[in-house]
Design a protein around this ligand. Structure first.
Ligand code: BGC
Length: 995
């Protein structure tokens, strides 16, 4: 009886013998297959930055060339069309002309041959040269080396998990260790990522599944509001509760690792396609929201993933070949900017104990993020004290040995440079690399231990909770399906058990959606609305018209486009891997119809962006109130919809939304009606085309609300909930106002597209403040139906100012030690008779003959032990960075007559004329940076009693008061005078205090 592969991976029992017909795949999987099928590539070698076991990559045709090919085929295949006939005719004519020419050339055949030879040689030379230029990469990466990779197991809070992990890993063979580190390949098991198991020791295959707003490719799960909506709530408790609910669902579906939260992109570019997956364009807002989400996820026992590390700010060119360029874009970020902006939320995540980090597709300073030793070994593992494991984004790993040495711990989904060809950069290759000593045994031990320790840290060894892997399939909706759909194996089993883990999560989704809705205009307090119509005319019914395609559900169903890759009907999430299947979607139109009292209100709807207002002007003229729904969508770069290839093309409303608002606002009630605009959007939208129209009385920015869209909107519109959302980004008057650095690079500017983050720390409001540009609505802004007042600011110093944090202490715990002996190569061969599935990734080598132990070239700088960072010492960095140096207090009063919640924001202004104590160079700062915030619910009422007041207090840490000094490679606190600013937005800061 031959061994079968799933005995090693084993989670599913074989249910039926091979079936001829495979069950239907999910559309997105089919799409993935389509776009990676062999015919779509032309052979071109892949650039491997460290020149280790790079293998070959192939160029993928761009969607436009695919389209062109499809069109030309259609043309050729039309035999009886006029065009077809004409072509035949002209082909015949050309053939006659060619044979004449040939006859004419016969006497000088030699000369002709010479000319042809010359032309051929020239063409060959030019193509080889062209190919060489096309493929060449910058001579050297600009990212400094940082070796060797720090071992995990150096902090107290992980001590027990590392002890247990070490005990288990010590029993593992080489191939078992490799099995744990390498995914088995795209679509080989049930989740988007699956690692190999060590059944012998009871260590399971781990299921990794997207994503930040729900469980991708799964049935019966919640579609929570997106990250940007969560950011807009500024509500720490809701951030936690959404994370927790998400992970409770994940656990019940058998998911070990959730691929979220996302905090990169940070939002440098407002049109960035995936900004909506994260929480807003500020490191502190991102950091707090990420940490709260992670606590929620991990309190449920699921491993959270902080992604995408780092500099993945745009979709265009994010990945090799995806955009036609052989190399991914390089985000060139200086040391200070990296620390103060992009790495900040990752530091918060690590401090919150995140057990996994995903490195991103792009390069950083011309070295791939997943093979960048400075980023992974240096900043993440040494300086920020990360104890979990680093997994690659899907195919973001671009080298084998290089990435292992640079600090990558898990290859996802296991495939190598291309999808589903079975040629992993790890798997058997990693086994070989360890056997031949090019990857030190110690590194493999550390990779494996980090993964196993994370599993223990989250209590996933508890068999009563974790009992047998995922109970759903990412690849089919049927109960019975293929067990290894990406391979040639036709075994089937029960793959979907249709577990429904939603519980009462709809109410959390509704709360987040409502609190993430930002009211930016409310002229004459038109909102909140009354359910029975506030102003009936002479006893006649109050007339409400609802306009816009965005008000209704997609007529083909909310899940009709794969990964939500189209903008039809109401927009409730962006597209890509961060999207999920809606269990249901409450469209605004349906919720509104339900909410209005039909005895006194007459509702008509025109759920289209082109209502027939010319033909039937009365549809506008007859209304007292017009509600108009518009949107702006974006998503991940592997999908293009309506001409948007991931990143938005501009910041205006899409699908004629601006014109619709203008028409409705101008025509509503023949100019006397009131228009309320509701915008669903992935990020900032330029509102200038209509915001000042007299008919536009109120504007709600409802972001991406998820499944409870309509209900949450009704809560706000009718005042059941008082709006308390605040903008997690700035809304400019013109796109140019965001500055040079905000522009997406839509066309490659070199063989390796380069993007220089020259604006440094000045993004979003920091840029507007620096250049004194008036935005339409500033970062942190949002109205309420009540009014708040802040008074009596008091700064209390709790610790003296000193420039540097405490000296880094020695690690309190030592990482586990392992036997470093390299086993005999024979031990890495597959057991006799082992049946390998096609394209499935295994750790076994196929022969011992090509294993040669010897000296292999290492990356430059490898032989030098990098000095430990003085900014390190614990999870999140040197513990003294989190010492509290000041508390800032004030009194918040609700001076309106409604209950409400205010988001109080604390900004810090650094001392003027600061110079770096080491280099003497002047250090410039943004005028103000957000450092703390919280949401406070305060009852309203006309009589001012003590109950209408609340004390607000913030703690300010050393890190909050420090800048990153490249010269000192440390956080430095200036000792001059700081100013604290407290208020309700980045530009409404009534209180100040000195420190
Ligand atoms: C995305 C990740 C995602 C992964 C798995 C990648 O394309 O960038 O965010 O987690 O796919 O679906």
């Amino acid at each position: 009886m031959p061994n079968e592969s799933y005995e090693l991976r084993g989670k599913y029992s074989k249910l039926t013998p091979d079936r001829d017909k495979s069950p239907p795949l999910r559309p997105s999987l089919e799409a993935a297959y389509r776009s990676s099928s062999e015919e779509e590539f032309s052979d071109i070698d892949e650039f491997d930055p460290l020149n280790y076991d790079g293998g070959s990559g192939k160029r993928r045709r761009t969607p436009s060339s695919r389209r062109a090919a499809a069109e030309s085929t259609a043309y050729k295949d039309a035999p009886d069309s006029r065009a077809g006939v004409t072509r035949l005719f002209s082909n015949e004519k050309q053939a006659v002309a060619r044979s004449r020419l040939r006859r004419w050339l016969v006497p000088s055949r030699l000369c002709c041959f010479m000319v042809l030879l010359f032309t051929g040689a020239l063409v060959l030379l030019l193509s080889v040269g062209g190919l060489w230029v096309y493929k060449s990469a910058p001579e050297d990466g600009q990212s400094p080396p940082w070796y060797p990779s720090p071992r995990g197991g150096t902090v107290k809070s992980w001590e027990d998990s590392y002890k247990k992990a070490a005990a288990l890993v010590k029993q593992m063979t080489l191939v078992e260790k490799v099995n744990v580190t390498t995914g088995v390949g795209w679509a080989m098991e049930m989740c988007v990522g699956n690692t190999g198991a060590v059944d012998r020791l009871g260590f399971p295959s781990l299921c990794l599944q997207d994503g930040p707003l729900g469980i991708r490719f799964a049935d019966n799960v919640s579609a929570f509001p997106a990250g940007v909506t969560v950011g807009a709530t500024w509500n720490k408790d809701l951030m936690y509760r959404r994370g927790r609910a998400h992970a409770d669902e994940a656990r019940m579906k058998g998911i070990n690792v959730l691929l979220g939260p996302s905090m990169g992109p940070l939002g440098r570019m407002p049109a960035g396609g995936r900004n909506w997956e994260g929480f807003g364009a500020d490191p502190v807002l991102q950091g707090v929201a990420a940490a709260q989400t992670i606590r929620g996820i991990q309190d449920a026992g699921v491993i959270a993933t902080a992604k995408h590390y780092i500099g993945n700010e745009q979709e265009h060119f994010r990945q090799s070949w995806e955009w036609g360029t052989p190399n991914a874009i390089s985000s060139n970020i200086d040391d200070r900017t990296l620390h103060e902006l992009y790495a900040w939320p990752f530091a918060d995540s690590i401090r919150a104990g995140v057990a996994s980090v995903m490195c991103s597709y792009n390069q950083v300073n011309d070295s791939y993020a997943c093979g960048n030793s400075k980023l992974l070994n240096g900043i993440l593992k040494d300086e920020l004290g990360f104890q979990g494991f680093v997994q690659s984004d899907w195919l973001a790993q671009r080298s084998g040995v290089g990435s292992a040495l640079a600090g990558l711990d898990m290859s996802m989904p296991g495939d190598g440079l291309k999808w589903t060809d079975g040629k992993s950069l790890w798997g058997a290759q990693l086994t070989k690399a360890v056997l031949n000593s090019s990857v030190p045994m110690e590194r493999l031990n550390d990779m494996t231990t980090r993964i196993v320790a994370a599993w223990y840290q989250l209590g996933q060894d508890n068999r009563t909770v974790w009992d047998g892997g995922p109970n759903f399939s990412s690849w089919t909706n049927d109960e019975v399906g293929l067990l290894h759909p990406g391979s040639d194996d036709k075994s089937t089993g029960i793959v979907n058990k249709f577990v429904n883990p939603q519980g009462g999560h709809g109410s959390i989704a509704r709360d987040v959606a409502a609190e993430g809705t930002v009211l930016v205009k409310n002229e004459g307090d038109i909102l909140p609305l009354s359910r029975n119509g506030s102003a009936t005319k002479n006893g006649s019914k109050y007339r409400v018209g609802i306009f816009g395609d965005d008000s209704r559900t997609n007529p083909n169903g909310p899940n009709s486009c794969a990964d939500r890759g189209c903008n039809i009907g109401t927009l409730a999430m962006g597209w890509g891997s961060g999207a999920v299947e809606f269990p249901y979607l409450v469209a605004p139109l349906d919720a509104l119809r339900e909410a209005f009292d039909t005895d006194s209100v007459y509702v008509t709807d025109f759920p289209t962006n082109t209502p027939p207002i010319k033909k039937s002007p009365e549809i506008l003229m007859d209304q007292d109130l017009c509600l108009v729904f518009v949107n702006s969508d974006a998503g991940e770069g592997f999908i293009a919809a309506d001409g948007i290839r991931g990143d938005r093309n501009d910041l205006y409303l899409q699908k004629g939304g601006d014109k619709l608002v203008q028409d409705v606002a101008n025509g509503c009630g023949n100019g006397t009606g009131s228009t309320v605009v509701v915008v669903h959007a992935v990020g900032p939208v330029i509102l200038e085309k209509w915001i000042d129209l007299s008919g536009v009385k109120a504007v709600l920015l409802a972001h991406l609300p998820g499944q409870e869209s309509g209900n949450a909107l009704v809560d706000i519109l009718f005042g059941d909930k008082n709006p308390s959302g605040k903008l997690p980004y700035t809304i400019a008057k013109r796109a140019e106002d965001y500055g040079e650095g905000s522009k997406i690079l839509y066309y490659p500017n070199g063989v390796v597209p380069q993007q220089n983050f020259t604006e440094g720390v000045y993004i979003d409001y920091r840029h507007f403040d620096r250049y004194n540009i008036t935005p339409r609505y500033e970062f942190g802004f949002g109205l309420s139906y009540t009014k708040f007042h802040l008074s009596s600011l008091f700064v209390h110093q709790t610790k003296a100012k000193t420039p540097l944090p405490s000296t880094r202490a020695d690690a309190v715990v030592a990482p586990p030690d392992f036997d470093k002996t390299i086993p005999a190569p024979e031990s890495a061969l597959a057991p006799p008779g082992f049946r390998k599935l096609k394209k499935y990734i295994y750790p076994y080598i196929s022969s011992t003959s090509d294993v040669t132990v010897g000296r292999y070239p290492y990356p430059s700088g490898y032989s030098v032990n990098a000095p430990l960072s003085p900014a390190g010492g614990d999870q999140g960095g040197n513990p003294s960075l989190y010492d509290i140096h000041a508390t800032v207090q004030a009194t918040l009063t609700n001076i309106g007559d409604r209950d409400g919640a205010a988001v109080v924001q604390l900004y810090v202004q650094f001392p003027p004329n600061t110079t770096d104590t080491a280099s003497g160079a002047p250090v410039a700062f943004p005028p103000r940076v957000l450092r703390a915030f919280d949401k406070f619910a305060v009852p309203g009422g006309l009589d001012k009693t003590a109950g209408k007041r609340k004390k607000v207090a913030f703690e300010v840490t050393r890190r909050d008061l420090s800048y990153w000094s490249s010269a000192q490679q440390n956080w430095v606190m200036p000792t001059g005078t700081f100013t604290f600013w407290m208020g309700f937005s980045s530009r409404d800061l009534p209180l100040t205090g000195k420190f």
